[in-house]
Write a protein that binds this ligand. Structure first.
Ligand code: IPE
Ligand code: IPE
Ligand code: MG
Ligand code: MG
Ligand code: MG
Length: 296
């Protein structure tokens, strides 16, 4: 059975884990909890949780061990999207086909909802029942996700992105920014599963790292391409927003055709990295193609 046939079950599963981890909409302060739930639940491709589950499948990790890392990473992702859309950042009105959090609620509530999602992600990891017997793996995963989101990870990448608006980055600087703002959280998705027992060997870990490093770049290049050639309806975000903000992107730097070629080359490199793993890697191969060929 292909990974594709299991995706819907994983999507239901992660929705359920997230729903149970978030405070209910009637818990005070209600507006804050409603904004958190609005930003996390009922939308998004859930690519990061799917990467966690897919890597877990490759390595034979019990699914219940993967729930907390998958949900924690999705919460950190949701927090990054709330901030990314704020007027002080990308100033976007539409996210996942709905008004952005600061418009659906208000700016202060959106900022606070993002603030509260971060500690919730980490307390969820700390409390994960399936990881209780594996404290070393748990600490490693907490450190991995913390580093992926910090000033040398996603937040640092976002700082570079904002500073580059209206200016130019050379190709190496642009790829560095992609690796941080997008690549690090994807890397944490794959490695958090790899850190769960049973431990994989070091050569497999390195192959997975190479795989996801290529995919991190490819993911953001595809996002940038869709900003140009996608439709607002399909992507659930305002098409053309990057051009309007003079964002430093791959297509802006080298053109759409070359950006497409680069994404394809990265996909091939990522698939080659998986050749070094002597296991069934179909689930990750499926997601890699989805990331580069997606329309949403
Ligand atoms: C958007 O991420 C932000 C980037 C890192 C490019 P996704 O494309 O994964 O957004 P959702 O979660 O599916 O909405
Ligand atoms: C955002 O990149 C990366 C994040 C860390 C949120 P973008 O600004 O291109 O993401 P979208 O296009 O708004 O989803
Ligand atoms: Mg942005
Ligand atoms: Mg944005
Ligand atoms: Mg974008």
């Amino acid at each position: 059975m292909s990974f594709e046939s299991r995706i819907d079950a994983y999507l239901d599963r992660i929705e359920d884990v997230l729903e149970r981890a978030l405070p209910g909409p009637d818990v005070k302060p209600q507006r804050l909890h409603q904004a958190m739930r609005y930003s996390v639940l009922g939308g998004g491709k859930r690519i990061r949780p799917l990467l966690v589950y897919a890597t877990g499948e490759v390595l034979g990790v019990a699914t219940d061990m993967l729930d907390a890392p998958a949900a924690a990473i999705e919460m950190m992702h949701a927090f990054s999207l709330i901030h990314d859309d704020l007027p002080a950042m990308d100033d976007d009105d539409l996210r996942r086909g709905r008004p952005t959090a600061h418009l659906a609620f208000d700016e202060a509530t959106a900022i606070l909802a993002a603030d509260a999602l971060q500690p919730l992600a980490f307390s969820m990891l700390a409390d994960a029942p399936a990881l209780q017997e594996h404290p070393a793996a748990k600490i490693q995963i907490i450190r991995l996700i913390a580093e992926a989101c910090g000033s040398l990870g996603m937040t640092g990448g976002q700082a570079i992105d904002i500073a580059a608006e209206g200016g130019r980055l050379d190709p190496a600087e642009l790829e560095h920014m992609y690796r941080l703002k997008t690549g690090q959280l994807l890397r944490a998705s794959v490695l958090s599963a790899a850190y769960c027992p049973p431990a994989c060997d070091i050569a497999e870990l390195h192959a997975l790292e190479r795989f996801v490093d290529y995919m991190g770049l490819a993911f953001q290049i595809r996002d940038d391409i869709l900003d140009i050639e996608g439709s607002t309806e399909e992507i659930g975000k305002q098409q053309g927003a990057d051009i309007a903000h003079e964002k430093a992107t791959y297509p802006a730097m080298i053109g759409l055709d070359e950006a497409r070629q680069r994404a394809d080359e990265l996909l091939q490199n990522a698939l080659s990295a998986l050749d070094e793993i002597d296991r069934d890697t179909e689930s990750l191969r499926y997601l890699a193609r989805l990331i580069v060929l997606r329309r949403t």
